[in-house]
Design a protein around this ligand. Structure first.
Ligand code: C2E
Ligand code: CA
Ligand code: CA
Ligand code: CA
Length: 280
């Protein structure tokens, strides 16, 4: 066999070929779905643990292809590898702002909730996120103060200077920044102090199964006291039971998000959820 054939051999292993082809198929159909505006957003309420009121919603991308739901854990990595996360992320922010405005119209005044949107590290690296934010708030005439951009620690690890610049601009425009999946990355804790971060989202891997697990409780406690010392608010993800909600509140966590309160909802159902929780 020639050297050329040898270097290409991995591609011709049936498994690798299958994976490559599947990735290509997903990428092609994802591109079409974005272009045809066939993605949707689901909105999950974030609850103030003490009052039980909705403080914000997190917008989560949904993709249904021929009656089958393709989970974000499948298509977000494809979107990130292919660069499609740039148009997808732009669409998500725009759609989130549009939905907020839609709710305002239904309510007859500004609905007092914030809207959080996930922003990938790839977007910070390759796109102009502050300009995208400015454009979305202008197009839909919503105050930037009502938007939260959720960034993961990986954004800081990838390019700290660029991340810092983007974050400062985002803050200047008026939006808030949440650090998503906190505790799962390897960012330097010193950045927490230097960067304009407002909220730490405690990753659900620490919250789920926390009861009766000393290590997880210790991590959650540590994050909560760190957040308190730095004046950051905290949202616990993966709150699946009343007991968890109560334990987190007792530990000083301010907000919770999870199936105990609600799964991600359609725009209509999310609005109804807010209206109900607000009238109690
Ligand atoms: P994430 O940002 O950490 O979002 C929270 C995930 O936890 C969501 O999964 C949500 O449905 C799920 N979840 C909510 N409550 C519970 C609970 O009580 N228990 C458990 N086990 N899970 C819960 P989802 O919607 O499948 O999204 C997965 C990930 O995909 C998100 O994780 C986020 O990283 C990414 N993603 C989703 N939409 C977008 C988007 O528009 N842009 C970007 N860049 N990423 C997105
Ligand atoms: Ca998130
Ligand atoms: Ca998260
Ligand atoms: Ca996560």
């Amino acid at each position: 066999k020639s050297a050329k054939a040898k270097s290409g051999i991995e591609l011709y292993q049936p498994g690798a070929f299958h994976i490559a082809r599947q990735q290509f198929t997903t990428e092609t159909s994802l591109r079409r779905a974005i272009e045809a505006n066939r993605l949707t957003l689901a909105f999950q309420p974030v609850i103030e643990l003490n009052s039980g009121k909705v403080t914000s919603f997190e917008a989560l991308a949904r993709w249904r292809e021929e009656g089958v739901d393709i989970p974000p854990s499948t298509f977000i990595p494809v979107a990130e590898e292919s660069g499609l996360i740039v148009p997808l992320g732009r669409w998500a922010l725009d759609e989130a702002a549009r939905t907020l405005k839609l709710w305002d119209r239904v309510a007859g005044s500004d609905v007092p909730v914030r809207m959080a949107v996930n922003v990938s590290a790839i977007q910070i690296a390759r796109d102009d996120v502050p300009t995208m934010l400015r454009e979305a708030v202008a197009r839909h005439d919503v105050a930037a103060e009502r938007l939260v951009l959720e960034l993961t620690e990986s954004v800081i690890v990838a390019d700290p200077d660029r991340a810092a610049k983007a974050m400062e601009s985002i803050r200047q425009i008026g939006a808030t920044i949440a650090l998503d999946d906190f505790g799962t990355g390897y960012s330097n804790l010193a950045y927490l102090q230097r960067l304009p971060i407002d909220v730490l989202k405690i990753d659900q891997s620490f919250v789920t199964g926390m009861l009766g697990n000393r290590d997880k409780v210790a991590i959650v406690r540590a994050v909560l006291s760190l957040a308190e010392a730095l004046g950051l608010r905290t949202t616990a993800e993966g709150v699946e039971t009343l007991e968890l909600a109560q334990t987190l509140a007792a530990l000083g966590c301010t907000r919770g998000q999870g199936y105990f309160y609600s799964a991600p909802l359609s725009a209509e159902d999310a609005y109804a959820f807010w209206a109900r929780s607000n009238s109690r």
